[in-house]
Design a binder for this molecule. Structure first.
Ligand code: HEM
Length: 573
């Protein structure tokens, strides 16, 4: 039999064997009781169409016994007795009301027993080994509602904080129908990240799987050729070599142009303008997107996609998720059109990310005309929200901490003063010399915690820290827990870049993982740190700025900015 359909792991398969037993093609008048029909049925037809006791290795072990009981019963019945079925007289009798009550109560009792059983089963999953403490919440929804209640500050989300206090650093829960083990423990997180591809693989919730086609041969969540390629092409265009060789002056130019533009306006909502800036620049580097001359404002489309992305993955007309999937399709279509244009007209080549993917089509079979747009879409997704949120938060921290701005200004004015030509651009050496700026960037990344955690799916049962992680369960590694741990970082939500002076390398590597870890560590980490530092350099040397309004943030659990952050920029004389 050919493969035809895919049966996904974990799905239930219901084999309706009665369908063949009541098939009129094989058993004429199938619901007529006619034992004589068996005289004419051959062995092959019977074995194909008659499976009252199931089949295969799980065939009923009581089949022979049942047949013997039935036959003995018939034997005794017909040799020793005659029998008649009595016709019931009259129509249905009225059921007295006390009887109705009794039946009603019995039904209610059955329903209660059924649901109690269901809740008990849900809350006490049967596994071999010991699960961490914690609650699985209600069947299907689990503890999703508690998880999405916004936390009103940048501190660790209350969902995690409360459970850590109640159950300890490792606990179980259930979110959007998935059983999850949450770890805020450094050693467990490290162990899991080191076993990517053997014990776990990347898995974000079901909406991500649908969104990024995390299934089939080209799924990037599995460790293998496709994942390796994703990393190498990203590092090729956004890694240290590329930053040094060509990207640094382009980043500087782009930041100069945008800041100069914002300074000509009244107060601007930095979340909004930074999102447009980050998107347009990254999209330009990936597929040559020219925002100024493009009819479509892609950054707006992308923001819309992201806003409705965090919703229930119900892909039916009318839902936000459906709208989001449609917008995603349009975006993928536009990316595919760009790819096709380049394929048909080599004069449009620019030596960018897309051109490399086109060249690699000759050697990498998985690089198809459908996969390349998905790859570009994924990189934009990985870079856009994280970068723009981090840069926006920088303004919150700086506007609340003028002493930090003063010290930054001292560092950057000293860099400019040292130059032979004060108008020359920023160099890699200058970037590497920015000691205080690195501390500001670290402190921003430490408190920001853009992803609430890293998600993985267990590929098999395994033991860690005395607990069992069952195959198929999701593991959520809450790296923010160590970054906001008051034992390591005193007053953890206070923005204090100076604290980095006193932290040693071991403490830092154990407690600070804004870009994840292991084989999946962020491929855009160096690029992001360079953009943040260059941004600070241009900002403090050329502009002064004041917060006019806004600045409230919440974790839902990803960061949102309520009313935005409205900043007035002024060029310095
Ligand atoms: C402040 C900005 C950023 C932060 C905080 C951030 C954070 C992260 C984290 C935590 C991961 C690991 C996810 C996991 O293990 O599940 C990751 C992966 C990744 N990031 Fe970033 N990121 C940022 C910017 C960027 C940018 C600008 C790019 C692209 C230019 C990028 C490209 C990627 C890619 C391709 C991966 C997947 C790596 C892999 O699977 O091997 N990121 N990022």
């Amino acid at each position: 039999m050919g493969p035809g359909y895919t049966v996904p792991a974990g799905w239930t398969v219901m084999l309706v064997t009665p369908a063949t037993q009541l098939n009129p093609e094989t058993f004429k008048d199938p619901v007529t009781f006619n034992p004589w029909r068996w005289q004419d049925l051959d062995k092959v037809t019977i074995s194909k169409n008659f499976m009252p006791f199931g089949g295969g290795t799980r065939q009923c072990a009581g089949a022979e016994y049942s047949k013997l009981v039935l036959s003995a019963f018939l034997h005794t019945l017909v040799t020793k007795y005659s029998f008649t079925k009595l016709k019931r007289e009259g129509t249905a009798r009225e059921i007295p009301s006390t009887k109705m009550w009794t039946i009603g109560l019995a039904v209610v009792a059955l329903v209660v027993v059924y649901y109690t059983h269901l809740i008990f089963k849900w809350r006490s999953p049967k596994i071999e080994g010991v699960l961490p403490p914690g609650s699985m919440g209600w069947p299907l929804i689990g503890e999703t509602l508690q998880f999405i209640i916004p936390g009103k500050s940048l501190d660790l989300h209350p969902f995690v904080k409360k459970r850590m206090q109640k159950y300890g650093p490792i606990f179980k829960t259930s979110l959007v129908g998935r059983p999850i083990i949450v770890s805020t423990d450094y050693e467990m997180n490290k162990y899991i990240l080191q076993h990517e591809g053997t014990l776990v693989e990347l898995w974000y919730l079901d909406s991500f799987a649908k969104f990024f086609a995390l299934e089939g041969e080209t799924r990037v969540n599995a460790i293998g050729t496709v994942h390796k390629y994703l990393r190498s092409i990203t590092l090729n265009h956004f890694g240290v070599e590329s930053l040094k060789a060509s990207l640094l002056p382009k980043i500087e130019d782009m930041l100069h142009t945008n800041l100069a533009n914002w300074a000509t306006q009244g107060p601007v909502d930095v979340k909004q303008v930074i999102s447009v800036m980050v998107f347009n620049f990254t999209a330009n580097k990936i597929f040559g997107y020219d925002a100024e001359n493009s009819k479509e404002k892609l950054s707006e489309n992308y923001t819309k996609i992201l806003n409705s992305f965090i919703s229930l993955p119900l892909n039916i007309p009318g839902t936000s998720f459906h709208k989001c999937m449609k917008d995603r399709e349009n975006m993928l279509k536009m990316l595919k059109d760009t790819l096709m244009e380049r394929l048909s007209d080599p004069s449009k080549r620019r030596g960018d990310f897309l051109d490399q993917a086109i060249d690699d089509m000759k050697t990498e079979k998985f690089l198809t005309e459908d996969f390349i747009p998905q790859l570009m879409f994924g990189i934009l997704f990985a870079s856009f929200e994280s970068m723009s949120t981090t840069l926006t938060l920088t303004f919150k921290f700086l506007s609340e901490n003028p002493r930090v701005v003063e010290e930054l200004r001292v560092e950057h004015e000293a860099i400019v003063k040292k130059r032979e030509n004060p108008n020359s651009g920023l160099t890699w050496e200058e970037y590497r010399s920015m000691t205080f700026t690195q501390m500001v960037v670290n402190e921003t990344l430490r408190i920001s915690n853009i992803p609430p955690g890293l998600f993985r799916k267990a590929l098999k049962d395994f033991q860690v820290k005395g607990f069992t992680v069952p195959a198929g369960w999701t593991v959520m590694l809450v790296t923010p827990a160590t970054q906001l741990n008051p034992q390591t970082f005193k007053d953890p939500v206070t923005f204090n870049p100076w604290r980095w002076q006193d932290l040693d390398q071991v403490t830092i590597s154990k407690n600070f993982m804004p870009f994840g870890g292991g084989t999946r560590q962020c491929a855009g980490a160096e690029y992001s740190k360079l953009v943040l530092s260059t941004f600070l350099h241009i900002l403090v040397t050329n502009y002064s700025f004041t917060k006019v309004r806004g600045g409230d943030v919440s974790r839902t659990p990803i960061i949102s900015f309520g009313d935005g952050i409205h900043i007035k920029f002024t060029a310095r004389a």
